[in-house]
Design a protein. Sequence first.
Length: 141
Amino acid sequence: METANGFARSVKKYMKKLKFAKPKKVSISYLKKKLLDLVKAEVRRRDDYTCQHCLKYVTGSGCHVSHVIPVSHGNRLMFEPLNMKVLCFHCHIDWWHKNPLEASKWFKETFSERYNYLQSHKNEKVHWKEADYKEMIENYK
């Protein structure tokens, strides 16, 4: 059985925890994911949920947003909407990834201005800080 004194101590400890609790620090990886989700949503709206290759209307898990210059390149184009396009599941997995030369040629012919822009910026590296991610997230909200 807990005494009144023990109860008072636990309430005090709890109140202290609430009053002086530091806000949790948000991780950079969380901010990157949130920003990427917002940019992908914008790309879906921009492309009107239409596969840019086969022109089929796609929604849900069949609506993929694919990067032209891969995220693995670690450059500033990772969050650039011009570096993304909507593809249906089939065009993304069975065509874009399995036929990179053909896919690149198609993109260059179909979106020549975007292709030139991406080529001229693909080697630019950036080192964003937490505040940069937060600002970009606010801009997409």
